[in-house]
Structures are given as C-alpha cells and as structure tokens.
Design a protein around this ligand. Structure first.
Ligand SMILES: Nc1nc2c(ncn2[C@@H]2O[C@H](COP(=O)(O)OP(=O)(O)OP(=O)(O)O)[C@@H](O)[C@H]2O)c(=O)[nH]1
Ligand SMILES: [Mg+2]
Length: 178
C-alpha cells in the first residue's frame, strides 16, 4: 500500500478543515484535527493519503518535512487569501492551488479566474481548481491531479470502495388467501 504525504496550506478560514472532513466523513463541518489519514481506492490499487494542514506563514517550507504533494488553498470570496500565498515556493514538489467557496458569487468570475491563472503560471504549478467544500464542486480534482502526478499515471482514476454484497435473506413464500 503506497503512502503519499500531502500538505494543505492556506490562510485561516479558507476551508482546509472542512474540505478534508468532507472526504473523511461526508459532512460539511470543519474538523479540529490537523493531521488525517485518508484511504483512497484507485484503478492501480489503494493509496493512503497522509494529510497535514498548515496555516500560511512565512518560512512554512522549513516546517513541512517530507511531502510528496502540496495543495495550496485560498478563499474565492476573499482574494487576499491568494495574495497570502504569493511568497510560497514549492521547490519542485507537485503543487496545485484551489480556490474554495466557489459557490459564493462575490467577485466577477472572470476577475477571479484571471488571478488564479496568473498565479498558476507565475508559480509554475501543476493545476488550479475552483472548488466548493459546500457544494462539492470539483471535489475530487485536487487529490486526483496530485496522485496521478506522484504515481506518474495520467490515466489513474479513483474508484468507489466495493459495496458489500447484501445478505441473503430468505423471502417467505407468499401465502395465497382464497
Ligand atoms: N460558503 C462556503 N463556506 C465554506 C466552504 N468551505 C468552508 N466554508 C466555511 O468557512 C469557514 C472556515 O472553514 P475551516 O474549514 O474552519 O477553515 P480552515 O482553513 O480550516 O481554517 P483554520 O483552521 O482557522 O486555518 C467555516 O465557517 C466553513 O463552514 C465553502 O465551500 N463554501
Ligand atoms: Mg482548520
């Protein structure tokens, strides 16, 4: 079983804990944990994502330890949270940026989109996504993109855990009533 270490970095309140808790429990509610293990079934076998959450602070790189992938997160309803990430250097580690809370229509879409595109190209990131932990918009894409890159398998897909076969319950033969 492959273990993949992922750091999620973003300013206070951008939705890191809520996004990860969606994956773990399905609930739209932030968790208090700062570290999680998320098992994911993929078309090339199961992987364990070891996820740690970090607030964006200067010199964050030194505290990360060994990471295989990075997800930067900002809040699309507060583009200052994208500016907060401006000094981040990924040192060649596969990195995506996600603009969360995309269901909130605060700024004009084109304006946010332009800032995200500029950030992605300026930083040389793998990809960027507008996501919503509230509506589950683009829920899978950040982790899927990172896992595909880290496992060097562009066709990898996430698969559902196999549903447990329902128990065989004897169905009583209907009684015919005259
Ligand atoms: N509208 C909306 N609100 C969201 C979304 N995701 C998270 N939130 C809300 O944003 C607030 C902050 O979410 P958290 O998950 O606690 O943010 P965080 O990044 O973990 O914050 P810190 O732990 O303080 O660094 C909460 O009130 C969430 O309900 C979203 O997609 N849309
Ligand atoms: Mg949190």
């Amino acid at each position: 079983m492959q273990v993949i270490n992922i750091a999620i970095i973003g300013s206070k309140g951008v939705g890191k804990s809520t996004f990860v808790n969606r994956w773990l429990t399905g609930e739209f509610r932030p968790s208090d944990e700062k570290a999680f293990t998320l098992p994911i079934y993929t078309s090339s076998g199961p992987v364990f994502l070891n996820i740690k959450l970090y607030n964006e602070v200067p010199g964050i790189w030194e505290t990360l330890g060994q990471v295989d992938g990075i997800m930067l997160m900002c809040d699309l309803s507060n583009m200052m949270t994208l500016i907060d990430l401006i000094n981040f250097q990924h040192h060649g580690v596969p990195t995506v940026v996600c603009g969360n809370k995309s269901e909130q229509k605060i700024l004009a879409h084109t304006e946010k989109h332009g800032m995200m595109v500029h950030f992605i190209s300026m930083k040389g990131l793998l990809a960027g996504f507008e996501i919503s932990a509230k509506s589950n918009y683009n829920f899978e894409k950040p982790f899927l993109t990172l896992v595909r890159k880290i496992k060097n398998d562009p066709n990898l897909t996430f698969v559902e855990a196999f549903a447990i076969e329902p128990p065989i319950v004897p169905i009583p033969f209907p009684t015919l009533v005259d």
